[in-house]
Ligand binder design. Structure first.
Ligand SMILES: Nc1nc2c(c(=O)[nH]1)N[C@H]1C(S)=C(S)[C@@H](COP(=O)(O)O)O[C@H]1N2
Ligand SMILES: [Mo]
Length: 356
């Protein structure tokens, strides 16, 4: 593993990049792309087959080679972000479950694969919007002490939307084992959890997946619900991801020489787009508009930004907040969005530095 990765859990291996390294390029290299796995990485042969079945479907299986020759190859640039990204900010409000992700449980890649919609059409899958498409991974995962295959689902309308891929490559390279080789889902705009790695099965269903990851995880609850009182059948299933932004450089707690500093980071609003990013160097009293990096237009991609500022000696307090194309901004404080599982922290992001 790259020494620019910060391990969050050794077994299963979970890690995120150093924030400064994350923001150095528009497309995140696989070696710097966060790894979020609920169980051990399965070792699948290159001729591994993916089964497609379910309601009114002609059951079939495909190898990756067969998918490549049967359907048009598509490329999509899209962010993948864990719903637990920035959990550490919520953990400062009050304890939560889950790994302590800082700002790096996110990456932006160019994915290569075939449209799920093309595969669904080929097996004659119905299009009714009250149906679901479930994905099963080859890994066994432990949820609340029970072992079960990794399984998630999305609604049929999203499943048939353009840009939802069965992908075999990232940034033009074959998927690395930890990122889902030989084939994974990529569901742009949705929480990373819906993008099943090590895909083994696609099933059309009349109800969401009943796998524990779908049914007992990745749901959003109000602050008065705890891990003791939670009723997992309630709560919001986290699918579409909200507006977010983070400062990646300088890093939290860094010491800097007095004078000019370039403040850099990312902002993401998925298909809604980012309209502006504002940065404060005095804890949120005054704001200046950041400049976007010269990124290609990508509907599902992130926008990197920067602001050149002059910092005086002493402890300095940097803040970022972004606005989407509907003019909506991020909530100011993390305590207004705290939830026991630590999902979807979208509060203004703060970084404290010491200028010497
Ligand atoms: N089969 C399988 N797919 C999975 C997971 C997993 O543990 N097993 N983790 C999910 C979660 S929670 C996220 S955020 C993304 C992470 O993808 P990455 O490790 O390639 O960054 O994969 C998703 N797909
Ligand atoms: Mo995740």
């Amino acid at each position: 593993m790259s020494e620019q990765m910060i391990e969050r859990s050794p077994d299963p291996y979970n890690a995120e990049p150093e924030p400064g390294a994350l923001i150095e390029q528009f497309l995140t290299p696989q070696a710097l792309f966060y790894v979020r796995s609920h169980g051990p990485v399965p070792d699948l042969p290159a001729d591994h087959r993916i089964e497609v079945s379910g309601i009114d479907v002609e059951s079939r299986s495909f190898s990756v080679e067969e998918l490549k020759s049967a359907f048009p190859t598509r490329m999509v640039t899209a962010v993948l972000q864990c719903a637990g990204n920035r959990r550490t900010d919520l953990q400062q409000v009050s304890k939560t479950s889950g790994d302590p992700w800082d700002v790096g449980a996110i990456g932006n890649a160019e994915w290569t694969g075939v449209h799920l919609a093309d595969v669904l059409d080929a097996v004659g899958a119905p299009g009714a919007s009250d149906l679901f498409v479930a994905f099963t991974g080859a890994d066994e995962v432990d949820v609340e002490g029970k072992e079960a295959p990794f399984g998630v689902s999305i609604g049929m309308a999203k499943a048939r939307a353009p840009d939802v891929l069965l992908a075999w490559a990232m940034n033009g390279e074959p998927l690395a084992p930890e990122h889902g080789a030989p084939l994974r889902m990529v569901v742009p705009g949705y929480a990373g959890v819906r993008s099943a790695k090590w895909l083994t099965r696609i099933e059309v269903r009349d109800a969401p997946s009943d796998a524990p990851i779908q049914a007992h995880d990745y749901k959003l609850f109000p602050a008065d619900v705890t891990s003791e009182t939670v009723d997992w059948s309630q709560g919001l299933t986290i699918n579409a991801m909200p507006l977010n932004a983070a400062i990646c450089s300088p890093g939290s707690g860094e010491s800097l020489p007095a004078g000019g500093v370039r403040i850099e980071g990312y902002a993401i609003a998925y298909d809604r787009g980012i309209s502006r990013v504002e940065v404060s160097v005095n804890g949120g009293r005054d704001w200046r508009q950041a400049t976007f990096a010269d990124d290609p237009e990508a509907r599902w991609g992130w926008r990197r930004w920067s602001l050149d500022a002059t910092l005086a000696k002493g402890r300095q307090h940097l803040v970022v907040r972004a606005f989407d194309e509907a003019g909506q901004g991020q909530p100011e404080r993390p305590d207004t969005m705290w939830n026991f599982a630590g999902y979807l922290c979208t509060a203004w992001h703060h970084v404290h530095v010491l200028v010497e």
